[in-house]
Design a protein around this ligand. Sequence first.
Ligand SMILES: [Zn+2]
Length: 74
Amino acid sequence: MGEQKRTGPRRVGMIRRHWREWLSEDTTAPLPGYLCEQCLDAPAVVLVPAPGGGEMGLCQACQQHQAAARAEGA
Ligand SMILES: [Zn+2]
């Protein structure tokens, strides 16, 4: 009876934690179904805001390159 009530919130917490890991830019696991839109040659590991809106995938090399370029430009 009360068992189902107890497992509910626990599952939500686990999913939330999973999402936080996904949203973290430190993740290096390739995103399934995403290709780097910069070099089109490697699986994307991060999603970044696209210049034209929305988001685009970047591989780790391009993401670091872009981060460095952004730091230099700012
Ligand atoms: Zn790339």
